[in-house]
Design a protein around this ligand. Structure first.
Ligand code: ADP
Ligand code: GLC
Length: 496
């Protein structure tokens, strides 16, 4: 039993992805890990996800519950089915609606965003509130994430303000990435049923269309984002992608909480997906992982050459378009190997996917999404490159540190909050940071890391050990969320 005022909290997580069921990026990691810890802290946590076509009912033993569920929308009732599963001891509900979620892809078909995304996620957000009522689960907190479930917070205030069932429910909206705001033409506004009065610049209106995040920034009782530095960045431009004035209006209710890492899965001591486990006091397993990485990515078996790893979505945010401009120079000038896995932008897929043919034995690349290969790169590489233009938190650098794989990154957002910059005089630090978003800075910093590997091996060793001791615990983060939940409950009471 847990909670400041004696009562444990009932918390509903409304999310569009969560491990182990479905993941396209860090959002899935967070929405799988945070409820698990909150549950351990004694709260009654439940998670609700769409039942995407790719989530197998058999694999996860999902059972139907409640019978058909009617969800009110601006256009009347939409019917769906609810399934229940379990994850780490807490219930997970799945909203099944064939025409919304019974297709390949979560948000797009690989090329284009789905045209009915506002209806799909508007419906899903309404369904989360209906689910609570049908289950008779009266949450103290509904915690929603990014544009996909942003509307839960406004719906609570607009549709449910006078519903006694939700009289004690506060909303928390977490921004994982403010670049994806859920902006659509106004066509879906009627379906969403958000009301004419709310179609204003302060709430949902956005250049004549609709903006889901903007509405949640207005209506949520508390707003969080995933690192303290990103919380500062989104108070201004260009960090806020045009939303800074709306964020500033809520700055009293905005909190930056650094993500943790789920060390049950991302720790070389216990990782089940790597060929050998290892410890900071004995890195012999890391050597074996490096050998395995070389084999799998067809890299020359040169023992004394460093490997730079990349695991990423190829999207503008991640900055690989800049790396592309200096990649040939890096490969020409430096004795280094690259192991790359990623997918997204077709131009970047072609570029990085084409490198092994140009530099056989020096670059290995695999285009696509693969959990095991991602773990192998974390474990087998010496460095991990993240040239992000912005990074709300970033989980890969946090994982890399634990694997003794030193990050090379731009000092932005969560990268700045988690990596200690290398000091060449003393050997202090845990990674190589650069500040300007230029191609020269990427080239120089990769060069700096590679020369440290060759010229200052004692610093490499010190940094590796220091990096592996860094611990970004979900427990610390969850305790901060507990405080935010209390603040949201207070804020709800005074909401005008
Ligand atoms: P973002 O959510 O912006 O993509 P994060 O660093 O927070 O960035 O999280 C990315 C997560 O997705 C990490 O767990 C990373 O390992 C995983 N990931 C990204 N691309 C791939 C890929 N191609 N294959 C496997 N895992 C990937
Ligand atoms: C977003 C951000 C990433 C963050 C993740 C989880 O995908 O791009 O930086 O780590 O959400 O919060």
């Amino acid at each position: 039993m847990k909670k400041k005022n004696g009562k444990k909290l009932k918390i509903l997580f409304a999310a569009s992805e969560a491990v182990p069921f479905i993941k396209t990026g860090g959002l899935g990691d967070v929405c799988g890990a945070l409820p698990k810890i909150l549950k351990k802290l004694g709260h009654d946590v439940r998670l609700v996800l769409p039942r995407y076509w790719s989530i197998s009912k058999e694999k996860y033993g999902l059972k139907p519950v409640l019978g058909p569920m009617g969800v009110s929308t601006g256009n009347g009732i939409v019917w769906c089915q609810v399934f229940e599963g379990k994850s780490d001891g807490f219930p997970v509900y799945f909203i099944e609606h064939e025409s919304y979620f019974g297709r390949a892809g979560l948000y797009d078909d690989g090329n284009w965003e789905f045209g009915d995304n506002p209806e799909r996620f508007g419906f899903f957000s309404r369904a989360c509130l209906q689910l609570c009522q049908d289950l008779k689960f009266q949450p103290d907190i509904i915690h929603c994430h990014d544009w996909q479930t942003a509307l839960v917070a406004p719906y609570l205030k607009i549709w449910e303000q006078r519903n006694p069932f939700f009289a004690g429910t506060a909303s928390v909206f977490s921004i994982h990435n403010i670049a994806y705001q859920g902006t659509f033409t106004a066509d879906a506004y009627g379906f969403l049923g958000l009301g004419r009065d709310n179609f204003t610049d302060a709430k949902f209106e956005n250049f004549g269309g609709i903006n889901f995040m903007k509405g949640s920034i207005f209506y949520a009782d508390a707003i969080t984002t995933v690192s303290p530095t990103y919380a500062k960045e989104i108070l201004g431009e260009p960090g806020a992608n045009g939303l800074s004035i709306y964020i500033q209006r809520r700055k009293e209710d905005l909190f930056g909480i650094l993500n943790g890492a789920d060390y049950d899965h991302w720790d070389p001591e216990v990782d089940q997906l790597i060929p050998a486990n290892y410890y900071s006091r004995d890195l012999s397993g890391k050597k074996l992982c490096k050998e395995a990485l070389r084999k799998e990515f067809l890299l020359d078996p040169k023992e004394r050459v460093p490997i730079v790893g990349i695991v990423s979505r190829f999207v503008e945010q991640k900055g690989f378009q800049y790396l592309m401009l200096v990649m040939h120079r890096i490969l020409r000038d430096m004795d280094v190997q690259f192991a790359i896995i990623g997918s997204g932008d077709k131009g970047q897929e072609d570029f990085f996917g084409g490198l092994p043919a140009l530099y056989p034995g020096k670059v290995g690349a695999w285009i696509g999404y693969n959990e095991r290969k991602a773990h192998l790169i974390e474990a087998g590489a010496d460095f991990f490159l993240m040239p992000s233009l912005y990074e709300p938190c970033g989980l890969n650098q946090i994982y890399s540190l634990k694997y003794g794989t030193l990050p090379i990154a731009r000092a932005t957002g969560g990268l700045k909050d988690t990596i200690i910059p290398y000091e060449e005089k003393s050997g202090f630090g845990t990674g190589f940071l650069y500040y300007q978003g230029t191609t020269a800075a990427i080239y120089d910093t990769v060069g700096w890391a590679v020369s440290t590997y060759y010229d200052r091996p004692e610093h490499m060793e010190l940094m590796r050990k220091r990096a592996m001791l860094q611990h970004f615990s979900w427990l610390d983060a969850a305790k901060q969320y507990e405080d935010v939940y209390q603040k949201a409950l207070l804020r709800r009471e005074t909401w005008q």
